[in-house]
Design a protein around this ligand. Sequence first.
Ligand code: GLN
Length: 394
Amino acid sequence: MPTTATRLNVFTESVIRGMSRLATRHQAINLAQGFPDFDPPEELLVALERATRGPYHQYAVTWGAPRFREALARKIQHFSGLSVDPEKNLVVTCGSTEAMMVAMMTACNPGDKVIVFSPFYENYAADAILSGAIPIYVPLHPPDFKYTLSELEKAFAQGPKAIVVCNPSNPTGKVFTREELIEIGRLAEKHDAFVITDEVYEHIIYAPHRHVHFATLPGMAERTITCNSLSKTYSITGWRLGYVHAIPEVIAQARKVHDFLTVGAAAPLQEAAVAGLEMPDSYYAELTDIYAAKRSLFLEYIRQTGLPFTEPEGAYYVLLDISSLGLGSDSAAAEWFVREVGVAGVPGSSFFREPVNHLIRFHFAKREETLHQAGERLLRLRDRLSTASPSTSA
Ligand code: GLN
C-alpha cells in the first residue's frame, strides 16, 4: 500500500471530539466538547422551518448568501463599530473551524512560522501543519495565563508570518486586556505578521471584562484576519456557520481557498440564521447573563470538590487540577472520570505544548439541570480525595 502523507503523522485526531464519542459510549454527561444541550432561540427554529420550503436547496453564492452576509455585516458593524462591506470584507465558511483553516492557508506559505499561545485550542496546530506552516509556541503562564514580553519577542524574532490569538480564550478562559492586545499588535506590525483571531466567544464574557475586536485596534485592521462563528452565540454548533472577516485584499484570496475547500456553507441554514443575526441587543445581554449564571452554578460545585481550578473571565471552560486524585496521567484520569464519575472532560495535555498532565477541562454550556447532575457526580471526588495518596504528576 502507498504511504499516506507524512504531515499527518505529527498530530492526532481531535482529543476533544474523541472524548465526546467516549462520553456517548458510556452515557456520561458530556462536559468535554463545548456545545450546548439546549435549543437555539425559537426565532431560529421558526426560520429554519420556513427555509425548508423556500428556494434554498441548491448552492448559495460561494462566499456566502447575500442576505446572510448583509445581516452579518450589520451585526459586526453594530458590535465593533467597524464598517463592513458584505461584498468585500466577508467569507462565510463551514464553522470557524473552516474559517481558521482558510485564514491560515491565506496567510502562510509552506515553511512559514505561526505563533500559537500554549495552551491553545487543538485545531490551531493542526491547521498550521495542514497549511505547511510550522507552529512556534509561546507559553501563557498560570494562574492568570499571561505571556511574558521577552518570550513573545523571542518568538517574533523568528520571523513568523502570523500569530493566532483566541480571545476570549479556550481553554484558559483568559480575556486578553486591551494593553496586551496592543502589545501583540505592535510586535505584529514590527515584524509584519498577520494576526489571525478566533473570537467565537465574543458574547460569552463575564463582567467586568469586555470584548475587544482585534481589528478595531489602531492600525490593526489591515493585518487582522478575524475568524468567528454563529455556533456559540446562537447555540447552533451543528449548523456549521462561520466566517472570515478581513480587508478586501485578504478576503479576495481567502475566497479562493474557501471555494476550493468546501464551495460553501449550507444554503438553508444561512437563510435561517439571518433570524439570529437580526436579534435585538437584549438577546446578547441575556446570553451573557445566562452564561454568567451557569458559570456561578458550576464553579460552586467545583469549589466544593476542594480541587484547584481556573475561573474563566470569558468562554465556558474550567481547568480542574486533578493532581491530588492520584489517577496517573490526565488521559487515564479523563477515562476514569467518564467510567467512574459519569462526567466527561478533556485531558489538559491536548491543549498544552508543555508537558502538563494534571488538568482536565470541563465546560458548562449546559442546562442548569445537567450542570446540577454533573456537579453532584463531581462532588463524589471528595470521597476519593480523602483516600487518595498525592500524585507525583507535573
Ligand atoms: N470549541 C469547542 C471545544 O473546544 C469544540 C469545537 C469543535 O469540536 N469543533 O470544545
